[in-house]
Design a protein. Structure first.
Lengths: 207, 265
């Protein structure tokens, strides 16, 4: 199926991160680990992911394998610490124009074919958009995946497909995954560890 | 050359008054604005006529520089006033003004020293109208381009950030928006160059012909002016868009729309 070179394993460390007058947040994700993150709506889950991806100004430290974010250029960082937002954006007419090359090895496992590259973006369903957005960020071979409700717009079959694919990517590449989910069952299913985001910060969820 | 008397101008003013009266009868709500604008035309132009008369009588680099700066600042204010969402702080004024300063002044000085070759090069009879035409057109171009850039960036925030998330550098993330902004800044001068002579007789050329210049002399001047304006507008818009694109992001390539003010009114 999908051939992947194995980059070295990646640890994500977040230390005393403050953004938009929230925090401080600290968390650590080991190589190949998937950590679920839950929290009430408005608790700042998306803002936390944006700050880790360096899209918003923040204080505190974010390290990838002990290298601080400032050691990378911003585009380098965002390619390696990839954020999949809850709603993906498409700015060209054809799907293929959003991909760096004409072939995407992630299409087949996500239920697409080579002809998908010719599809019109305006005719995609929200579920198709979301799965294609996942294929699109995986093209950058990220070492950390920040997933913001990645399966919210998918039907049950596709939820399983996407969960399996992300697990395979994580195991094959040793990528660290932070998975925001509203769904407690999904969090239990995909996460090795579970975190809860509160106004005071992040705490380990043992329940 | 036929000089206009006060009676001639009064007759023309009578036409404006008639239009104002018509607008009042039809309740268009334009008569007030029309009268105020008409009065402003008379007062402002008479004043600048007096200033130019004094300037031409005393050819002095210091005076020419002084009036050039006044024109530049007025144009800068105008660019700022036409922005739907302007940059906060000093940048809102400085960006357009700086870009106009670089392009209009450089091109005017170049034209005066090489093409028109007046003696002295700052002879106000040539320097002031030339700079005025360049500033006026560059101002429109920059105002249009900046407004397009900032409003589009505001509307397409999600798309720009999506591209940043995928690892695009800031200038790549707004490449299309910049191109569109550049087009809207350049379109008026390209249109007027294309239509010149066919659809409209350019104002400057008309003026020279009315003042008694041989038509071909007027045409040559008009061509020179058109070329200077298109180059000046092009460089000015490029500079303004470069500054603005940098300013829309910070040094970590984050889109910083907080550097723009809210919409006007």
């Amino acid at each position: 199926m999908v051939e992947l070179e194995r980059p070295h394993m990646s640890t994500l460390n977040v230390i005393d991160l403050r953004t938009h007058e929230r925090g401080p947040y600290s968390l650590s994700i080991a190589p190949g680990e998937c950590v679920s993150l839950r929290g009430d709506s408005g608790s700042g889950k998306s803002l936390l992911l944006r700050a880790i991806a360096d899209l918003d100004p923040h204080e505190g430290q974010v390290l990838l394998d002990d290298m601080p974010v400032t050691q990378f250029t911003a585009p380098q960082w965002r390619k390696q610490v990839a954020l999949l937002p809850a709603e993906s954006q498409w700015w060209q007419d054809e799907v293929g124009a959003h991909f760096p090359i004409e072939e995407c090895s992630w299409f087949e496992p996500l239920g697409f074919g080579t002809e998908t590259m010719r599809w019109q973006v305006s005719r995609l369903s929200s579920g198709e958009k979301q799965r294609l957005a996942l294929a699109r960020i995986l093209m950058n071979k990220p070492r950390v995946l920040l997933l913001d409700e990645p399966t919210a717009s998918l039907d049950a079959d596709n939820v399983i497909t996407v969960e399996k694919l992300i697990e395979k990517y994580r195991c094959d590449t040793g990528a660290a995954v932070l998975w925001v989910s509203h769904d407690a069952q999904q969090a239990t299913r995909v996460g090795n560890r579970h975190l809860q985001l509160t106004t005071e910060g992040i705490r380990e969820d043992t329940a | 050359m036929i000089t206009l008397s006060a009676v001639d101008l009064s007759l023309a003013a009578g036409l404006v008054l008639a239009m104002a009266a018509l607008s009042w009868r039809m309740q268009l709500g334009l008569s007030g604005q029309l009268l105020i604008a008409g009065t402003r035309t008379v007062v402002q132009l008479l004043l600048i006529g007096l200033v130019l008369k004094a300037l031409f009588a005393n050819v002095d680099l210091l005076w020419v520089t002084g009036i050039s700066l006044v024109m530049l600042l007025a144009a800068g204010r105008e660019v700022m006033a036409r922005q739907q969402r302007r940059f906060t702080g000093w940048w809102g004024f400085g960006m357009g003004t700086g870009a106009m300063f670089i392009s209009s002044f450089a091109i005017t000085v170049l034209a005066l020293t090489t093409m028109v070759a007046t003696d002295p090069w700052y002879d106000p009879q040539y320097a002031v109208p030339l700079l005025g035409m360049l500033l006026g057109n560059t101002m429109s171009g920059i105002a249009l381009a900046l407004d397009r850039l900032t409003t589009t960036a505001w509307q397409q925030r999600a798309i720009i950030e999506q591209r940043l998330m995928l690892g695009a550098a800031r200038l790549d993330a707004i490449a299309e928006i910049r191109r569109e902004a550049m087009r809207s800044g350049m379109m008026p001068i390209i249109n007027s160059m294309a239509a010149a002579g066919l659809v409209s007789l350019p104002g400057m050329m008309t003026g020279q012909i009315l003042a008694g210049s041989p038509p071909l002399e007027a045409v040559k001047y008009q061509i020179l002016i058109m070329f200077l304006i298109s180059a000046g507008t092009g460089f000015g818009v490029t500079a303004a868009l470069w500054l603005a694109s940098k300013r829309l992001f910070d040094d970590r390539d984050r889109l910083r729309l907080d550097k723009l003010s809210g919409p006007r009114r």
